[in-house]
Every structure is written in C-alpha cells, then in structure tokens.
Design a protein around this ligand. Structure first.
Ligand SMILES: [Zn+2]
Length: 257
C-alpha cells in the first residue's frame, strides 16, 4: 500500500498485523443534491472466495451495499447515478447483484458512469492487473445500456465534475463536487489513505507512479489553496479532511463532521 516508503515511516500512520496487513475500508459516498442522489463507488461486494477472504482477512459476513445504503437512509432505488472512479474490484463490486436470471444492477434505477478507456483496459486482461477486474461488475451493465462510457473529463450536472487523474492507472477519475464556495474531492486510489498526502508516497499497485506524483502535486496544491474537503479511497479512520502544505511538508487535518 505504501510502495517504496519504508515501514519505519508508514507505520507511524497505519498499524499493521503480523503479516504486514493494514486495515482498509472500501469507502463509498452519497451526494444528495435534493433533486438527485449520486453514489460514488460501490465497494468490494460480497462475491469473495474463501481463499481471498483468508488472505485479506475479510469479514466472514461482508457488508452488503444495499443494506448499508438503507441503514444510512438512502434506499438503493433512490440512487439516480453511480460513479465508478475505476473498475478495480474493490471499487466496483457492489455494482451488480446476483439474481436467478443473472447479474442485475444493484442500484435498480441508476445509470453508471466510467471512463471508456478503463473498460478497454479491463477487457485487455493484462497480466499485471487482470486479477483486479471482474467482468460481472461491468459487462452486464454495458450490455443492458446502463453504463455510460466517458471519453475524458465530464460534467455530470452543475457542481459535479469527473476528472481523469492518471497515475494509479491511465483512466481513473477523481470526483469533484462544488457547492457555493465549498469543494469536496474524492481522490479514490490517487490517495488511498490520508497518509498518501505526500505526493511521493505512492502505492506499489500504481501502474504509472511518476504520473501519480504529478497528478497529486497539481490537485493537492489546489486542494490546499482552496480549502477542499478531501476523501480517500481506503482510509478506515478519516472520512473528510483538509490538506495543508507548509515549506514542502504535507499534512492532513481531519474533520469530525
Ligand atoms: Zn484501484
């Protein structure tokens, strides 16, 4: 998760178990405009093999996205739009549910957005990362015309923008929401943990680490200058934080809201 950063440094931010595993969340967010409800990410899903459960120490009974949404006051059929920042299994496995007729949209009324280049890369089945892509999370949605494939940056509606942020892979998007003079950004795997706020802290998963550094440097400077609320793909403790930079030192200030 922390790439070439030595454990002596990252262990100050993230505890690990005896096998060096760190706690990870599959962070999903709902944007409620009053007129539309938008779900950002659908998490790791429930289709885990026993061996994967053991290797990753996943909970015996995984959280079901629909149940988690209902518990938070958002019924699955009230979601209008789903945004997949990218299609890695740990971000998109709540997209569909299994029914006797096959995989069906888990958000029954929603349209789903993802980059076309991400789908093309997923379909390449490249040996480096094919394991991260489960076709059941996107092919049934594409077949049913429910997944819209985007060609670059996209304005979903006033105040809601998707921006291609290369590094983690070629076509991952960050999500920007603006309301008045406040901005929220879901950085997804551009910054999996708040500890990745230092632009050179790059996960070993990333296909293009130098691009990660460039993209993070640009976006984090804007986030710091404009006081954005920032969220991270997998941080189990910090949901929203502000970023500060002083004399080249990056830091996050979590907020309890
Ligand atoms: Zn990813």
């Amino acid at each position: 998760m922390f790439g070439v950063v030595p454990k002596t440094l990252w262990s100050k931010h993230q505890k690990s178990d005896e096998l060096n595993r760190v706690q990870a969340a599959f962070n999903c967010f709902v944007v409620d405009t009053g007129q539309k409800r938008i779900l950002v990410e659908t998490g790791g899903g429930v289709r885990h093999k026993a061996i994967a459960k053991e290797r990753m120490r996943l909970p015996e009974r995984p959280i079901v996205l629909g149940e988690a949404l209902s518990a938070a006051g958002f019924e699955p059929d009230s979601i209008d739009i789903v945004i997949n920042t990218h299609l890695h299994w740990d971000h998109a496995s709540g997209n569909t549910v299994d029914t006797p007729e096959g995989a069906a949209p888990a958000l029954p009324r929603a349209i789903y957005y993802v980059q076309r280049g991400e789908v093309e890369h997923a379909r390449e089945r490249h040996p480096r990362d094919a394991v991260s892509y489960l076709p059941v999370n996107y092919e049934p949605l594409i077949d049913a015309g429910r997944m819209h494939l985007l060609d670059g940056d996209f304005n979903v509606m006033p105040g809601l923008d998707l921006r291609v942020a290369p590094g983690h892979n070629r076509d991952m998007m960050v999500v920007l929401v603006r309301d008045g003079d406040e901005t929220w950004c879901q950085f997804a795997d551009l910054a999996p943990y708040a500890a990745h706020v230092t632009p050179t802290w790059v996960a070993a998963f990333d296909l293009f680490p130098l691009e990660t550094i460039a993209t993070k440097t640009e976006l984090f400077h804007r986030a710091a200058a404009e006081g954005w609320w920032c969220s991270f793909g997998h941080d189990p403790a910090i949901s929203f934080a502000k970023i500060e930079v002083e004399e080249g030192k990056w830091r996050v200030r979590p907020d309890a809201r």
